[in-house]
Design a binder for this molecule. Structure first.
Ligand code: ZN
Ligand code: ZN
Ligand code: ZN
Length: 370
C-alpha cells in the first residue's frame, strides 16, 4: 500500500495521549475498538462482545487487554511496534476484573465515545467509585489536527473518490434506477482503492430535495437533476466524502438559478478558510450568500463536518462553534439548497494550511450534464 502505517500511527502518539490523560486529571483512559483505539494504536479491531481495551493510566504503564483468540490479529497490527504490553484473557476469565486489578480505583475514567453500552455499564461495575467521561475530552484536541502524513492519507482518499465521480456521468442514463447506478458506484469506490463503502447517495429528481436520501428504485428521466454524495474508507483508515450534481440533459430553469448561488456560496466558504477564523464563520460565509439570494430557508443543515478516521468528527462547521481553525484541521464544505422538486449540494474536503486552505477534491464542481 502507498500509505506508511508506521508513519500514520507513530509510536510517539501513545506518550502524547498519556500526557493528555495526566493533564486532564483522569485516572485512566479506556479505549475499546473504534476510531479512538485506531488513532492511538493503529489497531483496527473488531467490535465484539469479548472485551478488547487499551488502558492508558495516568500513572503506570499502558496495556492492551485482548481476548486470547484475538492476539494474532492484535500483533499483526501496528500495536506490535508500540512497545505496549499486550495482556490476554481466556474464555472463562473476567476481563473487567483483570482491568480493575491492574488499574486500582481511579476517580475518573474516560471511555471511548463509541464504546458499547454493554461495556460502559460493566466498567461502571468494575470502577464503582469512578466518574465516567468521554474520551473525546482528551482525544479530540489531538485528533482534530492532522499530521502531514494524515493529510496525505486524506488527499489520497480525496483523489480516489474524485476518480469515482469521473465515472458517474456515463452511468446516468434515462431508465437506469438509482439502485443500479448506486451498485456501480459502490463497486467503483472499492475499485479505486477504498476498502469499505461508507455511503452512496444517488438522489434523482424529487429525491434530490432530501439531503440524506439513499438510493431507490426510481428510474432516471430526461431533465432530472441528480445529487451524488459518496464516500468510503481507505486501507489507511482515512475517509473520503464528496458530492457533485449532475443533470440528464438541460436542468429546469429555476434549478439553474439557485445552483449558481450554491456554487458561489461553496466557493466563498472554501476561500474563507485560514488559521484563526472560526468554524462558524465558514458556515456564515456560505449561509450569508444563500440567504441574500433568498434561498436561506432551504439550506437546512450545517455547512460541514470534520473528517479523518471517521467520516463525521470534529470540527463541525456550524453556527455556535467558535473553535478557531488551525493548520491540519480537515473538514467538508458542503452547503446545499433543497426547495423541491429537486435540490443540490456541492461538497469538497478542505484542509486548513499554514496560510489558507487546500481542497482535497478537484472533480469539476459545475453542473455536469450527462
Ligand atoms: Zn451528510
Ligand atoms: Zn457527503
Ligand atoms: Zn459530508
Amino acid at each position: 500500500m502507498s500509505t506508511d502505517l508506521k508513519a500514520l500511527y507513530p509510536a510517539t502518539r501513545l506518550a502524547a495521549v498519556t500526557d493528555a490523560v495526566r493533564a486532564a486529571g483522569l485516572g485512566a483512559l479506556l479505549l475499546t475498538p473504534g476510531p479512538d483505539l485506531r488513532y492511538v494504536t493503529g489497531y483496527d479491531a473488531k467490535q465484539l462482545e469479548r472485551l478488547t481495551c487499551l488502558a492508558v493510566p495516568a500513572t503506570g504503564e499502558p496495556f492492551l487487554l485482548v481476548p486470547r483468540l484475538e492476539l494474532g490479529a492484535a500483533l499483526a497490527s501496528p500495536v506490535s511496534t508500540l512497545g505496549v504490553e499486550v495482556v490476554t484473557w481466556g474464555e472463562t476469565e473476567d476481563a473487567f476484573a483483570i482491568a480493575a486489578a491492574r488499574l486500582g480505583a481511579p476517580d475518573v475514567v474516560a471511555l471511548s465515545d463509541r464504546m458499547w453500552a454493554l461495556n460502559v455499564l460493566k466498567f461502571r461495575d468494575a470502577f464503582p467509585a469512578a466518574t465516567q467521561v468521554l474520551a473525546s475530552t482528551v482525544l479530540s484536541g489531538l485528533r482534530i489536527r492532522k499530521s502531514a502524513v494524515e493529510v496525505a492519507a486524506l488527499r489520497e482518499a480525496g483523489a480516489a473518490i474524485d476518480r469515482v465521480h469521473a465515472k458517474v456521468p456515463a452511468w446516468l442514463k434515462p431508465g437506469a434506477t438509482e439502485r443500479e447506478i448506486g451498485a456501480k458506484i459502490a463497486e467503483a469506490i472499492l475499485g479505486e482503492g477504498h476498502v469499505q463503502v461508507d455511503f452512496v447517495i444517488v438522489a434523482s429528481g424529487p429525491n434530490g430535495a432530501s439531503p440524506h436520501h439513499d438510493v431507490s428504485d426510481r428510474a432516471l428521466e430526461r431533465g432530472d437533476v441528480v445529487v451524488v454524495d459518496i464516500g468510503g474508507t481507505m486501507e489507511s483508515g482515512y475517509c473520503s466524502d464528496c458530492t457533485r450534481v449532475y443533470s440528464i440533459g438541460e436542468p429546469p430553469a429555476e434549478f439553474a438559478a439557485y445552483f449558481t448561488v450554491l456554487r458561489e456560496a461553496q466557493e466563498a466558504a472554501c476561500a474563507s478558510v485560514r488559521p484563526g477564523v472560526t468554524a462558524e464563520s465558514v458556515d456564515a460565509a456560505a449561509r450569508d450568500i444563500i440567504a441574500a439570494a433568498g434561498y436561506g430557508e432551504w439550506f437546512i443543515h450545517r455547512t460541514g463536518h470534520g473528517i479523518g478516521l471517521e467520516s463525521h468528527e470534529d470540527p463541525y462547521i456550524v453556527a455556535g462553534n467558535a473553535t478557531p481553525l488551525a493548520p491540519g484541521m480537515a473538514f467538508s464544505v458542503e452547503p446545499g439548497i433543497y426547495p423541491g422538486p429537486h435540490g443540490a449540494r456541492i461538497e469538497d474536503i478542505v484542509v486548513c494550511t499554514e496560510d489558507g486552505y487546500e481542497r482535497l477534491n478537484n472533480a469539476p464542481r459545475d453542473l455536469v450534464i450527462a
